[in-house]
Each structure stands twice: as structure tokens, then as C-alpha cells.
Design a binder for this molecule. Structure first.
Ligand code: BGC
Length: 818
């Protein structure tokens, strides 16, 4: 409270200074009141604290896609606690994670950083992670709010999505996490939703987040996601990151003088920043705990054992015997893919290579690279032949396969779901000479496995973090049974993904979420489409029997689902049981065949039986009614399905639910018929707009005027020769760069696609609006002379931006309230 209270004594300018960061990673400070700045740092797979141009060494844990496959609520919390302690050791007050965007498309470059295609699973695990971190007195930043399911053109992409899909799919996970864990901060995404930037969206930040869900924390922009600080402030964005310095401070002060912003709006957001500083300061008062990295590395190994998903295990090929003669094939065994690139990348403390881990156990091994990691697009016949020779002489083969670095990278999406050619060819060749091939797969997303029928076993590890190597032998030799289950569906082909034609932005940067609520298994199950591996699927070295389902009602109307699970195999293992709900009656609105509403991970000794008891509250039966503008329950009989996966339902029972009066609800069969059996391919623009509630075509830009504004990006400059010239230069840089391809592409894509006004604001005032007009003038084909003139005219503002901090520091505290 101490710092928060001082807000009343501050000048308006001091208050405004809290609305933008102090630098890239700190909140502002004010010496006059001895208010410290606090540090925020990236997560979510570990601590990524910047130190100069590097980041501190930290533990690289399994990525979110892997943690989600554990379906382990306790593990998510414990993981959060570890991260909280690590933040305290490094004096970091807010960890920028978790990310819970819904995996709408298997092509999203950041899928590895996100949990699931299902909001209940994502929101529940995120709430546990957040509670874990925050129990240590360290905050989190739940991100990226909202409907941020693509990386291509991420700064400008406009998610065109109907409110029901928003509420039930894209916002639901955030809602669960906010209601159950109150993250200290929420990070507002780069993209727009239905024409409005998330950072300027009052409906999202004020109505939904604060008024409906009761969010008490602070909203922060994703880095450089503010185009117009005043508009953002008015819509409810508290903190802009990173710092835009006096550029922002001047703009907000001017808007106040003009009566466009009220003192109350400024004070409210400043107070929230100070409240964050207060909360963070409590923990910072204690001495920093010593970070035992060795112990945390060992914890990373244990966490890694809980995540992998056994996709196939014909004739019990896995586990291998410890004395087997094993060929390890694939350069990834020595150089594993344990994490993705971008803001989640960790300067890992100690990466265990799987090959070394097997070697250290004294296994009977042979080895071949099989492919060249520097050139995965081409198959190297010599390497393949060598691998085939090694495979022929071994009893069993462990074959390491991964996606390329480019497929697990922030900043751009993938083009397809394919694994690199060199990997696929190698699997074919090795499987042709050895019938005991177990593939160890490391990807960030669902992929196509064209050779799945040819190999004996497939263990999907996702990106398992630095403990991958040491965790793997325990799983391969059966000291621990793989128990993870898929948090996303693996379709048979990219063409099977709902809305496949709308997975990339169109020429207007719109991304039509034509499929509405039919994302992932909600689509595949309702459309009755065959899949490669369903949502919730995963094998075990043991076997489980489900029995004795009973449903009870509590006084508050909740349904208590009770059933038994017995381990009928001969080794200890965990089973993940899933509870789905589906309406059995015809409805006026379209509904998914089934939806995940609860789950439990249960550990069982051989022969042991445990009773699982899970509670379904009213919200398990709700849908969002856009006509009534509220959540609603239809009266009728619902099927409660208890399953080992979304397609392996073991027990069912019906329950009658008395719902709301829905006589005012529209009949969707009239104007959205194809949604009722999820026939998304047949949904026309008109039918989609019916569901959307507005006609998108009316809002499309006037194509007769191709001149850019400061809200456009360099990539938009396709009409003028000068614009094309700049774009070509950037492409040349991309090809000539000496840096790794994924890193270079992240930078060049960002430069090309970020709106000009964000380049201006992130320059800390060194570039002014007039200079921005100069850039726009040039990109529009204007003369070099005019561009130079505009730059010259902008110089006084730049000079002021540089001089201001020094002058203001000197006069600190002498100002009066404006
Ligand atoms: C990413 C965020 C990240 C931030 C700070 C942004 O580009 O989208 O996830 O927290 O950078 O690194």
C-alpha cells in the first residue's frame, strides 16, 4: 500500500510517468517518493532475465506444449513454485507467462509456447502455474490476451471471430485463470479483434476482464503493442512496455490538457502500477534465496518424465531391455531440440544429450548421425546408408526425429505440417531394415507422421527442456511409464484442419475464424472426421479399467462424477481420466458433440484401484448466448462421458439439467445450418457473417487509395517502387545474414510487419511523429528531399526527447500539478 498511497501526492506528470516502462524490462521509478522500479522478465519455460546483451543462465524446463501433455495440475503448480523461487533469486518481480492462446492451427509458430486446443485444459493448468509462481510473492503475466493464434503479420493481424467462439474458446481459458488465480498482470496481445487492437479494446479490458471476471491486476501491452497511447489508456491499458519515454508522457499530458483524458483515468492506471510495485516489494524485502541450479536441473528431469506421450507401441516394443543391443540413430540424440526460439528461449544451464545419458548407463550402443542438422531439406545418402548399416546390426533402434528450428519460433508461422525431408527419408530407410524401431519425436506442434505404420513405437516428447536426455532412458527402459496424453489433435492431413483456407491472414490482414467454436476435437468429433491421434490420447506401459460411474447432485445443483480406475497391468503408472459433457437433445444453437469439463491424473500401483471424484458446476453445461448476451444453460438431458481420450469413452451416464428460459434465443438452424454438423467447408462468407453478427465486407478498406499511413508497415508498401526497394533490401539482409536463420527471420519479419507508429514509439522519442511521416512519405514513393525535410522538422522533438530526461531529473519534485 505504501507506494500506492503516494499516488495522491504526485504531480500529474509523475503519475503519467508510470504509464510507460522505465526501459525494456523495468517499471518507472520516482526518486522523490523513493519508489523503486521492479523488473519483469520473460518466461514461461524458465527465467529469461536480460543482463546486458545476454540473458542469465537458467533452467530450461519442458515447453508449455509438453507440460500440457502431462495434464498434471499439481505438477503445473509445483513448476510455478520453482519458477517463483528462481525469480526471487534473480530479483525479478513478474514472470512474463504463462501463454495460453488456443491452438487454432497446427501452423502457429508459437504453438510450443501454448498449452492446448482446449480452453478448460489450458486455463486450469495456467491457473495452477500462476498460483505456484505467485505463492512466492512474484507476479505473472497471463498472455497474449486475446485471440492471438497466429504469428505471421502478428502486429496487425485482425482476428475476425464471433462472440460465442470468443467467449467459449478464446477467452474461456483466460477467464478460468483469472477467476482461479488472479494473475498480477495480463499481457494484451498485438493483434486486433474484429477491427480493434486488443490494446485499445475497452470491451475486452474493461467490460469483460474487470467488470465481468473481477480482474484486480494490471494490464500491460505486449512489447511495442501500443500504436496510440492515449487511445490505449482510455480503453483500460495500464502499462505500456517497453518504455516509450517522453514520447508517451508528452502525448498523455497533452491529451489531458485538451480534455481528452481525465485525471482519474491517469491516476487509476498509475495506481495499478504502484500497487504492483507494492506487491512485488514485499518479497524483495527478504534476502534473495540462493538458487541451487543443480537441484532445479534435477527437478527439470523429473518434470520431463511426466510429459511425453506414447503414440504407438506395437507388440510392446517399448520398454527396451537394459541389455539390448541398441542403435541410436539421429544427430538429434547428441544435439537435441529441447526448446524453441524467440522470447521464450532460455540460456540453458546444462543440456543433457540423450546419447550421453544412455552411454553413461553403460548400454550396449552403436550410433549413426543419419542426417545433417545444417541441411535438413536434403537427404544425405551417405549418412542414410551409414545409418541403415548400423540399424541392420542392432536388435533395436532408437531413432531421433524432430522438426526444424524454423518450426518452433516466435515471429512467423510454418508453411505446412511436414517434418524435414531428411528426417522422413531416414525413418523410411531404417524401418525397412529393422522391425524394432522406436521413434523419439521432438516437435512443438502436431505434425504429420507419414511413416507411422512402418515403425514399432513413437514417443512424442515435444520440447522437453534441458532434462530431456536424462529423463529419456527412464522412459525407454520402463523405470517410469510414459503417461502423457495429447493436449491437441493430430489430424491426418493439413487439409483436414477446420477452416484450413483461413489459417493465414488475407490481403486485408484479416483472419476469418470461420469455424467458430469448432476448434480441435470439437470439430473433428462433431464432423465425424478421422484423425491420426485424437485429443486426450496417449498409451502407457500399463493398462487401466474404468468402472462404477455414478452421478450425484449437490445442494447447489452441481453434479458430482464418481468412478473407479484400476491398474490392471503389471507396472506402476499414471492414468489421465477425462470427463466430457455433451447435449443429447436437438438445440436451437449449434453445439460441439462433446467438451472437456474435468480431468484427473491418477497414479496407480499394479492391481490398485482408486476412486476419482470430480465436480461439474453449472458452467460445465453452459454455452454463450450472443442474443441474451450471457452464459446460458439449455434444459435437457446431458451425457456425461468418462474417457481415456476424446475418442475412447469408457463410461457414460445421463443427467437431467434444468436450465434457463431461452425462448428469446434465435434459432440458428435458420441462418447458420452448416454449423450444426460442423460442415465448415460449406460455410459461406454470408453464413459466417450471420454468426459473426456483422458484414465484414462493409468494413474492408478502400482499395483505390493505396497510400500508406503511420498505422501501416513496410510490408504494406507494395504500390511504390521505393516501397518495393526497401522490402527487397530487407529480404537481401535475410539471405545474407550470418546469424541463425530462425533468429534472422524473426528480426526481419518484425521490421517488415510492425506498424510505423510503433517503430516511432519504441524509439523512446528519438524518432518523432514528423519523422514517421517522412518514412511514410518515402514508402509512398515521395521524394527523398521531402523525406529529408520531414526528418529535419522532426529533429527538435528528438532533441527534446534526449534532453528532457536530463532536465527533468534536475528539476524533479519542483513541478506543480498540471
Ligand atoms: C512477445 C511476448 C514477450 C515480450 C517480451 C513479445 O514479442 O510476444 O511474449 O513476453 O516480447 O519479450
Amino acid at each position: 500500500m505504501e507506494y500506492e498511497l503516494s499516488v495522491k501526492k504526485m504531480t500529474l506528470r509523475e503519475q503519467i510517468s508510470f504509464l510507460t516502462g522505465k526501459d525494456f524490462w523495468h517499471t518507472a521509478s520516482v526518486d522523490r517518493f523513493a519508489i523503486p522500479s521492479v523488473m519483469v522478465s520473460d518466461g514461461p519455460t524458465g527465467l529469461r532475465k536480460s543482463k546486458g546483451i545476454k540473458t542469465v543462465q537458467a533452467i530450461c524446463y519442458p515447453c508449455a506444449a509438453a507440460v500440457a501433455s502431462s495434464w498434471d495440475k499439481d505438477a503445473a503448480k509445483e513448476f510455478g513454485e520453482k519458477l517463483g523461487d528462481e525469480c526471487l533469486s534473480e530479483r525479478v518481480s513478474v514472470l512474463l507467462g504463462p501463454g495460453i492462446c488456443i491452438k487454432r492451427s497446427p501452423l502457429c509458430g508459437r504453438n510450443f509456447e501454448y498449452y492446448s486446443e482446449d480452453p478448460f485444459l489450458a486455463g486450469t493448468l495456467a491457473a495452477n502455474y500462476i498460483n505456484g509462481v505467485q505463492s512466492k510473492g512474484v507476479g505473472t503475466s497471463l498472455k497474449h490476451f486475446a485471440a492471438n493464434s497466429t504469428e505471421d503479420f502478428r502486429f496487425k493481424a485482425d482476428s475476425i471471430v464471433d462472440e460465442r467462439a470468443l467467449r467459449e474458446i478464446y477467452l474461456r481459458g483466460f477467464e478460468i485463470a483469472v477467476r482461479h488465480a488472479q494473475p498480477w498482470t495480463i499481457m494484451m496481445a498485438y493483434n486486433k479483434i474484429n477491427g480493434k487492437y486488443c490494446t485499445e479494446n475497452a470491451w475486452l479490458m474493461s467490460n469483460v476482464l474487470r467488470n465481468e471476471w473481477g480482474f484486480e491486476g494490471l494490464t500491460v501491452s505486449d512489447w511495442t503493442a501500443t500504436s496510440d497511447r492515449v487511445r490505449c489508456l482510455k480503453a483500460g491499458l495500464d502499462l505500456e512496455m517497453p518504455s516509450a519515454g517522453y514520447y508517451t508522457i508528452d502525448k498523455v499530458a497533452k491529451a489531458y490538457r485538451k480534455g481528452e483524458v481525465t485525471a482519474e483515468e491517469i491516476e487509476t492506471s498509475a495506481r495499478r502500477v504502484l500497487h504492483l510495485v507494492d506487491k512485488a516489494s514485499d518479497a524483495l524485502k527478504n534476502p534473495a534465496p540462493v538458487w541451487d541450479k543443480k537441484a532445479d536441473h534435477n527437478y527439470a528431469v523429473e518434470l520431463a518424465k511426466k510429459c511425453p506421450v506414447l503414440l504407438k507401441n506395437e507388440n510392446g516394443l517399448l520398454p527396451f531391455g537394459k541389455k539390448d543391443n541398441i542403435a541410436i540413430i539421429g544427430a538429434r540424440a547428441k544435439n537435441p531440440l529441447v526448446q524453441g526460439g524467440g522470447s521464450a528461449h532460455i540460456n540453458a544451464y546444462m543440456i543433457d544429450a540423450p546419447y550421453t545419458a544412455f552411454e553413461n548407463l553403460g548400454c550396449n550402443l552403436s550410433y549413426a548421425d543419419g542426417y545433417d542438422l545444417k541441411n535438413l531439406d536434403t537427404t544425405d545418402d551417405a549418412l542414410v546408408n551409414e545409418a541403415v548399416a548400423v540399424a541392420k546390426n542392432a536388435d533395436k533402434v532408437l531413432l531421433f526425429v524432430s522438426c526444424s528450428d524454423m518450426d518452433v519460433q516466435e515471429g512467423f508461422d510454418h508453411e505446412n505440417m511436414d517434418l524435414p525431408k531428411a528426417m522422413n527419408d531416414l525413418v523410411d530407410a531404417v524401418a525397412a531394415v529393422n522391425s524394432n524401431v522406436a521413434v523419439i519425436l521432438s516437435t512443438g506442434s502436431s505434425v504429420l507422421l507419414p511413416w507411422a505404420d512402418k515403425v514399432g513405437a513413437i514417443l512424442q516428447t515435444y520440447l522437453l527442456g534441458e532434462g530431456f536426455g536424462k529423463a529419456l532412458p527412464a522412459l525407454v527402459f520402463g523405470d517410469v511409464s510414459p503417461s502423457g496424453k495429447l493436449a491437441e489433435t493430430y489430424p491426418k492431413a493439413l487439409e483436414d484442419v477446420p477452416s484450413v483456407k483461413d489459417l493465414k491472414v488475407d490481403e486485408n490482414c484479416n483472419l476469418k475464424y470461420r469455424e467458430s467454436i469448432f476448434v480441435g476435437y470439437r470439430y473433428y468429433d462433431t464432423a465425424e472426421k478421422d484423425v491420426a491421434y485424437p485429443f486426450g490420447y496417449g498409451l502407457s506401459y500399463s493398462k487401466f479399467e474404468y468402472s462404477d460411474l455414478s452421478l450425484d447432485r449437490t445442494e447447489d445443483g452441481a453434479v458430482v462424477v464418481k468412478f473407479n480406475i484400476k491398474n490392471v497391468g503389471d507396472m506402476k503408472a499414471d492414468e489421465i481420466a477425462q470427463v466430457y459433457v455433451g447435449a443429447t437433445f436437438p438445440s436451437k444453437v449449434y453445439r460441439a458433440r462433446k467438451e472437456l469439463k474435468e480431468f484427473a491424473r491418477v497414479s496407480l500401483e499394479p492391481g490398485e484401484t482408486k476412486t476419482v471424484e470430480l465436480k461439474l458446476n453449472k458452467c460445465a453445461f453452459e454455452y454463450f448466448s450472443t442474443d441474451l448476451e450471457s452464459w446460458a444453460v439449455e434444459t435437457g438431458t446431458y451425457s456425461i462421458m468418462v474417457g481415456a481420450s476424446s475418442r475412447d469413452i469408457r463410461l457414460t451416464a445421463d443427467v437431467d439439467i434444468a436450465g434457463d428460459d431461452l425462448s428469446a434465443e434465435a434459432d440458428y438452424t435458420d441462418f447458420a445450418p452448416h454449423y450444426f454438423n460442423a460442415n465448415i467447408d460449406a460455410v459461406s462468407d454470408v453464413e459466417f457473417y450471420n454468426v459473426l453478427g456483422y458484414d465484414l465486407d462493409q468494413y474492408l478498406p478502400d482499395k483505390s487509395d493505396l497510400r500508406l499511413t503511420r498505422d501501416d508497415a513496410i510490408a504494406d508498401a507494395t504500390a511504390s517502387r521505393k516501397g518495393k526497394f526497401i522490402n527487397n533490401i530487407i529480404e537481401d539482409i535475410e539471405h545474407l545474414s550470418p546469424f541463425p536463420e530462425n533468429y534472422t527471420k524473426l528480426v526481419t519479419e518484425s521490421v517488415k510487419t510492425i506498424p510505423i507508429n510503433r517503430i516511432i514509439s519504441s524509439s523512446h522519442g528519438i524518432l518523432s511523429d514528423t519523422m514517421g511521416d517522412g518514412i511514410v512519405n518515402f514508402l509512398n514513393g515521395g521524394s527523398v528531399m521531402d523525406t529529408v525535410k520531414l526528418f529535419a522538422l522532426g529533429l527538435p522533438a528528438s532533441a527534446k526527447a534526449i534532453a528532457m530526461p536530463i532536465l527533468l531529473k534536475k528539476s524533479a519534485g519542483k513541478e506543480t500539478k498540471e
